[in-house]
Design a protein. Structure first.
Length: 190
C-alpha cells in the first residue's frame, strides 16, 4: 500500500527528496557536453627591456685642436677621471702631452724610441710600443708615475719633469693655460 494523503499526493521523507534531487542533477550533468577544463600554464613574464646605453655626446670642438687631438685629450682626461686624478693632475698630464706631441699620437719613433702622445720610451719601461701608442694606456702609465709626486703638483714644471725626465724641463709651463682650458672643457662631460 502506498502512503497517500487525503489529497492524493505522495509523501516523501526529507532524505528521500534530497536523494532524488541529487540523482536528477547527476543525470542532467551527464547529458551536457562540456569541454575539458584547461588550466593555463604559467608563462614567464618577459623581462623589462633595458634602456639602450646612452651614447656619449660627441666630443666638443676646441679651438686650436683637430678632432684626433681632441680625442687624444679626451683619453687623457677620461683616464684621469677614472683613476680619481684631480683636475690639477689632469692639467699636468695635458700640458705634458701638449709639449711632448701637441696631442698627436706618434706611432713612429720621433726621438730615440719615443712614441705616443707622451713620447714615452719602451726602452725606459713605459710599456710595449703597441701599448704606448694607445692614448688611454699612455695616460694611465703617466698618471701611475705622477701620483708618486703629489707633493710637487703645485709646480707644473716640477711634476711633469719628475715623470718625464725631459732634456727641456722648462718647456711644460708654457702650456699650462691651454691645458687648463682643455681639461675644464672636457670635464664638463662628466
Amino acid at each position: 500500500m502506498h502512503p497517500q494523503t487525503a489529497t492524493g499526493t505522495t509523501q516523501m521523507s526529507a532524505s528521500g527528496l534530497q536523494t532524488a534531487r541529487l540523482d536528477a542533477q547527476t543525470r542532467a550533468n551527464r547529458s551536457l557536453s562540456r569541454p575539458p577544463v584547461v588550466t593555463p600554464k604559467p608563462t614567464a613574464k618577459p623581462a623589462p627591456k633595458k634602456p639602450a646605453p646612452k651614447k656619449p655626446a660627441p666630443l666638443p670642438r676646441i679651438a686650436g685642436l683637430s678632432r684626433p687631438q681632441v680625442a687624444n685629450a679626451w683619453a687623457v682626461v677620461a683616464e684621469g677621471h677614472r683613476m680619481g686624478i684631480s683636475k690639477r693632475g689632469q692639467i699636468i698630464a695635458m700640458a705634458t702631452a701638449l709639449q711632448e706631441s701637441n696631442l698627436r699620437n706618434y706611432t713612429h719613433a720621433v726621438d730615440h724610441d719615443s712614441l705616443g702622445i707622451f713620447q714615452q720610451r719602451p726602452s725606459s719601461g713605459w710599456g710595449s710600443p703597441r701599448q704606448i701608442e694607445r692614448p688611454t694606456y699612455a695616460a694611465h702609465a703617466f698618471y701611475r708615475v705622477l701620483v708618486q709626486y703629489r707633493g710637487s703638483w703645485g709646480c707644473l714644471t716640477c711634476a711633469a719633469q719628475m715623470v718625464q725626465r725631459s732634456a727641456f724641463p722648462g718647456a711644460y709651463a708654457k702650456h699650462e693655460h691651454f691645458a687648463t682650458a682643455i681639461v675644464t672643457i672636457l670635464n664638463r662631460r662628466f
